[in-house]
Design a protein around this ligand. Structure first.
Ligand code: ADP
Ligand code: MG
Length: 687
């Protein structure tokens, strides 16, 4: 039996069963071995019938007493059999399984597990699982018993022996891909032992050893693959590319504010990275509105002062334009040449900008994905800053980094704080800084959660804010239809027409006295920009939008955000959206509108009304989603973790992180192969 063999070579697998297993992602013997239990039952204790308690889950070792009785009750057949273990008798009833009557031989012993029921008729067991005792090794009783995810009519009783067959036939082929020094250092058992014992552990200790090894493997391989995907970890800067001029005072003087303590601290961390002789490779986490742009400007200033070009990549055109204006206003007095490269430029303008970049006539280029194109070349790229980087794929970021003749300094910025443990997995290769403080004078954004019946009151409130000269966002998410309802394109249209209808209603109704603008994902970039610019200038007072305003839009005069159908958003998205207001010293408000009553929604709304701290919310998000769902992996498109729990396995995570960063993977062929397999799966994901 080979790991690559199809499961159909196993005994007791027909086509129907193979299809069911296929639905669980199991096609080969190897897949079956790596299909780990989701839970366990402790059936290692065998109880005596005389000692059973009502309600208890118990396993007994019994033989049949007397003949089975089968009768019909309406459409049902009822089969009742008595069993005894010498200390007492139990009755077991099966519905619509008349074949049970001939299952139990009178001179054989059976393990039967189930819930104990005491009633007027005596003792019985409910929801039973049974297995013949003696002979073959028992898989469902007399031990710690694995419980697997199932589908269709597949049962634990069918799956366990299949997995056992695979273990017996192929466990020796499980490859040991970890180098021995790591196994010794971390105190890890062999992979084969681990796979065997995660299914059928002989003792609690064996189970814990097995789990530790497999969790380590999951976390280690993931991080090793990410390190590989992102390229070099620590790149030593050639002497002639070292930055010698580290004086940032002119730029600090040009900023319209003093840096906050946290901004200053982060700038310090970045400067010392750059000074270290290695390429900067840092992630900057900072809540919405915490002032990451100023940090970016400071580092760009140094890049230019030291004779290199800087590239700032933003995920949307709107954001790139906004950055461009902000940069121009700060850098113009220094004679620094800034340019904008985005998809919607005229071809001739693009051509001119590309030529300027290549000739070194542009110092700071700000742009979208357009920067990644093959025909974008730099004269001497020294710094790459990626804003809101979770929108970009791992490979995309690497692409920009590779555009220099040497590895440029790299700073990635995100306003989506993620829990520490997750950050370690996703950005294990980088140093991490955080701005936790907001600029002075910012007020807490008052947040309310209300039902749709409050619409009129909310509109009145918004109107009052506008009368004060402020502006408002109304977020109205697209209501997604299920995929098989309609083709994707048509349903997208339908969704957008809903937003449009809602916007029209507001425009011609309660807000008829004001200018209402509409923004949605299907608009052309130029149209979006026009609307955003009108909003920024207060030509539009109320912006009705799908979620496209989520990313980094800065209109400090906006003081209310109303989020319709708030249950459609996750906590971090809600927090992102809320960050569109509260961007000045004017008091701001966030109104979450939902009629959903389910517990998760309620908890999310509560969390939003209680705290403004994105880091606290991100930890809460992890908790609310539960360890099973492995926060962020679905969202980030990482392969699902089978066993690792980021909430609990923090020690193994730290060990795996260190190993992934320090081990020369290409010196260990089996490991390298394993990592490369994973790499194929993660290259497309976005981090
Ligand atoms: P984000 O971190 O979300 O990108 P921005 O860089 O857009 O935040 O900054 C948000 C707003 O705060 C901007 O209007 C910016 O000018 C202002 N700001 C940034 N730093 C400071 C500071 N130290 N003091 C006062 N205002 C600041
Ligand atoms: Mg920003």
């Amino acid at each position: 039996m080979l790991l690559t063999d199809n499961i159909s070579i196993l005994k007791n697998i027909g086509q129907a069963r193979a299809e069911q297993l296929g639905r669980l992602g199991i096609e080969t013997i190897g897949d079956l071995l790596e299909f780990f239990p989701r839970d366990y039952l402790d059936r290692s204790q065998i109880e005596k019938i005389a000692g059973l308690h009502h309600g208890q889950m118990a396993t007994v070792l019994v033989s049949r007493k007397g003949e089975a009785q089968t009768r019909n009750a309406g459409a049902k057949t009822i089969t009742r059999i008595h069993f005894s273990d010498g200390t007492g008798r139990i009755a077991i009833t099966w519905f619509n399984q008349p074949y049970m009557a001939t299952n139990f031989k009178i001179d054989e012993k059976y393990y039967i597990s189930g819930r104990v029921v005491w009633d007027a008729h005596g003792i019985s067991l409910e929801n039973v699982e049974w297995e013949k005792a003696g002979g073959k090794e028992n898989l469902s009783a007399g031990r710690i018993v694995p419980v697997y995810r199932l589908t269709g009519s597949l049962s634990q009783k069918i799956l366990r022996p299949l997995i056992k067959q695979a273990i017996d036939g192929a466990i020796e082929q499980i490859e040991e891909f970890l180098p021995p020094q790591i196994m010794t250092k971390q105190g890890l058992c062999s992979r084969a032992f681990a796979v065997c014992n995660i299914h059928f552990p002989n003792s609690a200790k064996d189970y814990f050893d097995a789990r530790k090894r497999l969790v380590f493997d999951e976390l280690f391989l993931m991080q090793a693959a990410l390190v590989m995907a992102k390229g070099q970890l620590r790149y030593e800067m050639p002497q002639e590319r070292m930055w010698n001029n580290m004086d940032i005072t002119p730029l600090l003087a040009a900023l319209p504010f003093d840096l906050t303590h946290d901004q200053g601290k982060v700038v310090g961390e970045i400067l010392s990275d750059i000074d270290s002789g290695y390429a900067l490779n840092r992630l900057l986490q900072g809540d919405v509105g915490s002032g990451k742009t100023a940090v970016a400007m400071i580092i760009c200033y140094l890049a230019v002062k030291n004779g290199t070009q800087a590239a700032v990549m933003a995920p949307t055109e709107t954001l790139a334009v906004q950055h461009f204006h902000a940069f121009v206003s700060i850098f113009e007095p220094f004679g620094t040449r800034c340019a904008l490269l985005s998809g919607s430029l005229k071809a001739s303008d693009k051509k001119m900008i590309k030529a300027g970049l290549e000739a070194g006539e542009i110092d700071i280029i700000i742009g979208t994905h357009a920067l990644l194109q093959e025909n974008v070349n730099f004269y001497n790229l020294g710094l790459v800053i990626t804003d809101e980087q979770h929108r970009f794929g791992v490979r995309q970021r690497a692409t920009l980094t590779e555009k220099g003749d040497v590895v440029p300094h790299t700073l990635v910025m995100t306003a989506t704080p993620i829990p520490r443990s997750l950050a370690m997995v996703l950005y294990g290769d980088m140093d991490i800084s955080a701005i936790r403080q907001l600029p002075p004078g910012r007020q807490i954004i008052d947040t309310y959660s209300v039902a749709k019946s409050y619409h009129q009151r909310i509109f009145a409130f918004i109107a009052k804010e506008i009368e004060k000269g402020h502006q408002a966002y109304v977020i109205c998410p697209l209501i997604q239809k299920s995929e098989d309802d309609e083709g994707e394109a048509t349903s997208k249209k339908a969704e957008i027409s809903q937003v449009l209808a809602f916007a029209q209603e507001l425009k011609n109704g309660v807000f008829v006295a004001y200018n209402v603008g509409i923004l949605h994902g299907k608009m052309k970039p130029a149209e979006k920009n026009a609307v955003m610019e009108a909003f920024a200038k207060n030509d539009i007072q109320i912006l009705v939008s799908t979620t496209v305003v989520e990313v980094g839009i800065n209109v400090p005069n906006a003081t209310v955000i109303m989020i319709e159908n708030a249950e459609r958003f996750g906590l971090s998205q809600l927090h992102q959206l809320r960050g569109r207001v509260g961007r000045s010293s004017i008091k701001s408000y966030c109104i979450l509108v939902t009629d959903a009553k389910n517990e998760v929604t309620q908890k999310r709304m509560q969390a939003m009304t209680k705290t403004n701290d994105g880091f606290v919310l991100s930890e809460l998000d992890l908790e609310l989603r539960g360890p099973g769902e492995f926060f962020g992996t679905a969202q980030h498109g990482l392969p699902r973790m089978q066993l690792a729990n980021l909430y609990k396995d923090t020690e193994i995570l730290a060990a795996a992180n260190l190993a992934a960063k320090t081990l020369q993977i290409d010196e260990h062929a089996p490991l390298q192969r394993k990592v490369e397999q994973l790499l194929g799966k993660i290259e497309q994901i976005s981090l």
